[in-house]
Design a binder for this molecule. Structure first.
Ligand code: GTP
Length: 360
């Protein structure tokens, strides 16, 4: 089977971290998010993937190349962003007249793609959508299911809990019939054009997934996705990392090769320290993702933050939850950044910041 992987979005909710890298190249336990998707597609018997790209297309194509995990990779390049529906329609020239899998590139899930394909084949469906039951459906579009898992309709942001909790998980099996339900040109979202019409005609089915599902939209989602994988995979400390015997490591942690952790540092729980990161004496890192080659000064304290590649955090700096320090940014010694401060790439902060804001 072939697959279309949607990778052309702007990732605006992850700014300013996404100013210097597309979302699909954000590291998940040190590997780009797109690798995680391609590996799962390969394991499910997909042999060719069309990656639909627009924003930072060149960076993605250079990084991914034309083969990964034994899968042939092609690119469908959009001159204008076409939305999820338009992107799938434009990628059709590589798919031909077969059934295919389509998925958002920013979903972290252990959805069993083989079971989804088998489910689709056992029903007379023009399309099958993977669904995920969320705790609180009030900010989503909920799929209302018949007893045989046919989707009757979608209810946007339901107030009535009896409507259900099954929301679109961003993974689909589509037949060529679906193209008749998409506008012939221009940008469109498949969720809002083809799917409601297919449901009306009784041609759309839902496959409910019960395991892990997270879509990486906002920075806390990105942290959660890393931590969820860390929980599943367990701690890892590379033999090529240098962790002082006098440092305290509270699992789970993920410490990659070339990282250096100096004495009296406290690492974890939930610290993902990428390759080549240097953590100074007495520094404390909890519930954070630190990108490659960042420098964390002596006695700095970071909690619930994301630190970009080659960023430099000075001595005795305090970084609170929901802060983002982008690639190559610098935070001067002794500064405190309260919760919600975002520092743009290459920017320097010399003084404390006591209100949540973006440093541009
Ligand atoms: P935000 O800008 O923060 O909403 O993030 P996003 O751009 O990733 O948008 P969203 O989360 O809605 O996108 C879901 C998936 O569809 C992601 O994998 C995007 O890369 C992809 N996507 C969104 N819009 C487009 C588009 O116009 N073209 C292509 N090829 N992919 C898209």
């Amino acid at each position: 089977m072939k697959a279309v992987l949607l990778a052309g979005g702007f990732g605006t909710r992850l700014r300013p971290l996404s100013c210097t890298r597309p979302k699909l190249l954000f590291p998940l336990l040190g590997r780009p998010l797109v690798d995680f998707q391609l590996e799962r597609l390969a394991q499910s018997g997909v042999d060719e993937v069309v990656i639909a790209v627009h924003h930072m297309a060149e960076i993605l194509m250079a990084e991914i190349g034309d083969e990964r995990y034994g899968i042939r990779i092609r690119y469908s390049i959009e001159q204008e962003p076409l939305g999820t529906g338009g992107a799938i329609r434009w990628a059709r020239r590589y798919i031909g007249d077969e059934e295919f899998l389509a998925m958002n590139g920013d979903v972290v899930s252990d959805l069993d793609l083989r079971s989804l394909i088998d489910f689709h084949k056992s029903h007379d469906a023009a399309a099958t959508i993977a669904l995920y039951e969320v705790e609180d459906p009030r900010r989503f579009g909920v799929a209302v299911l018949e007893d045989d898992n046919r989707i009757r309709c979608f209810v946007e942001k339901p107030r009535d809990p009896s409507v259900g909790r099954a929301v679109n998980a961003g993974v689909y099996i589509l037949t060529p019939d679906v193209f008749r339900y998409l506008p012939e040109q221009g940008a469109c979202a498949i969720e809002r054009t083809a799917f409601p019409k297919l449901a009306e005609e009784g041609k759309l089915y839902g496959f409910v997934h019960k395991g892990l599902w997270l879509d990486v939209g906002l920075p806390p989602d990105y942290l959660r996705a890393n931590f969820a994988l860390l929980d599943r995979q367990g701690s890892f400390i590379s033999e090529e990392a240098r962790v002082s015997e006098r440092a305290t490591v509270n699992p789970p942690v993920y410490i990659r090769r070339g990282a250096v952790i100096e004495e009296d540092a406290h690492i974890g729980p939930y610290a993902i320290i990428d390759q080549g990161v240097w953590v100074g004496r007495g520094a404390r890192i909890e519930e954070c993702v630190v990108f490659p080659f960042a420098h964390i000064g002596h006695h700095a304290s970071l909690r619930g933050a994301i630190v970009g590649e080659h960023a430099r955090i000075g001595r005795w700096v305090k970084v609170e939850t929901n802060c983002i320090i982008s690639d190559f940014a610098k935070i001067g010694d002794n500064a405190t950044l309260i919760s919600g401060v975002r520092v743009c790439p290459y920017k320097e902060v010399r003084e404390s910041i006591f209100e949540p804001r973006i440093v541009t």
